[in-house]
Design a protein around this ligand. Structure first.
Ligand code: OGA
Ligand code: MN
Length: 342
């Protein structure tokens, strides 16, 4: 009998109703509960000094405060529990919603909208909502944006000539993270920004189109929560299931670089409790208008010179984020000589 344990697990979560999302059933990194017996979670200790800590310019807390994990049987996989300070979630989220979808970056909307005419999807979203116009709200149809070398989804390759500038802030953040985890030669050259609604999922796949597979994948998640499945190089082993929350960073390197992975379900992040004070639950901040309003005043040093906070109604932003998970997946495409192979 052919077994595909990965798919079985994917289906189980995708059906949603039949699964329980608790620390007993899926890994909740960063909490003191025991994890599901199947996986041995290792908390990684890094010998770091916060002297001359350079991460604040990206909104990162000092590294000595980070919770970093690996899973014993998945070498090369690293999980960092939200190392961002609260206000910086909104900065990165805003870059993803408002700025990264601008032309000449590519998006799933390019087949329906001329990229140079699509303008700012966020501005249009606000204007439609304010004037109650019955036009298509393209922001709601945005599923992915690609940065740097644009991924050709049909042929599963990158093209030498299909490239736009990779954003400086995301590049600097990703190089910084790569260096901390001892990938000093890492060059962020392509990025996929995924926009999930509460019903979205992404099926099991490997990311193997890059030329240097010793360079890690670095993935950032913002907004609503998700279940992430981490498998191995084949589909016949049961994947590890983990909860991913806003601000969490995953690194796939070494043996896990070519592992199958998937997001079978998105689910609501815990409600923010800013108003009630911190009573122990993780404060998600983007899950309430209060949190968003607070975060609007935060601008990290890596922001472009002309950066301004998102304009428009905070309640519209709050509505959008309450139904959206954003994942930014950064890759090095080229071999270490930096030349595009023929
Ligand atoms: C991808 C991917 C996973 C996620 O874009 O290749 O695997 O967490 N995304 O959304
Ligand atoms: Mn992937």
């Amino acid at each position: 009998m052919e077994t595909n344990r990965f798919k079985a697990e994917f289906k189980r979560f995708k059906k949603k109703k039949s699964v329980e999302i608790s620390s007993k059933t899926i890994i909740h990194f960063g909490e003191d509960y025991p994890s599901p017996d199947a996986w041995k979670i290792v908390q990684e200790k890094f010998d770091t000094s916060d002297d001359r800590w350079g991460g604040s310019r990206f909104g990162l807390k000092p590294m000595s405060t980070w919770s970093i994990y690996s899973i014993e049987t998945f070498p090369g996989f690293i999980y960092i529990v939200d190392p961002f300070i609260r206000g910086s979630h909104l900065y990165w989220t805003t870059r993803c919603i408002r700025d990264y979808p601008l032309a000449p970056n590519a998006s799933n909307l390019d087949i329906s909208l001329n990229p140079s005419d699509r303008g700012c999807l966020w501005e249009k979203h606000i204007s439609l909502a304010r004037h109650e116009r019955a036009e298509v709200d393209w922001l709601r149809k945005l599923r992915w944006v690609t940065l740097g070398y644009h991924y050709d989804w049909d042929r599963k390759i990158y093209h030498k000539e299909r490239v736009s500038k990779f954003p400086d802030d995301l590049s600097a953040l990703s190089k910084f993270i790569a260096e901390l985890f001892r990938f000093p030669r890492y060059q962020p050259e392509a990025g996929i920004v995924n926009f999930y609604n509460m019903d979205s999922s992404i099926g099991g796949h490997t990311d193997h189109s890059e030329y240097d597979l010793t360079a890690p994948l670095i993935s950032y998640s913002f907004g609503q929560s998700a279940v992430f499945l981490l498998g191995r190089s084949t589909l016949d082993e049961t994947p590890a299931a983990m909860r991913v929350q806003s601000g969490d960073i995953m690194i796939m390197s070494g043996e896990s670089r070519l592992a199958y992975h998937a997001v079978p379900m998105v689910f609501a992040a815990p409600l923010c409790n800013c108003k009630r004070g911190n009573d122990g639950a993780k404060c998600f901040c983007l899950n309430c208008e209060e949190g968003i309003r607070e975060s609007l005043s935060y601008v990290p040093d890596c922001a472009p010179k002309d950066w301004n906070p998102i304009r428009g109604d905070v309640d519209l932003l709050s509505n959008y984020l309450q139904n959206t998970r954003i994942n930014v997946n950064v890759r090095q495409v080229l071999p270490n000589d930096g030349k595009f192979p023929d």
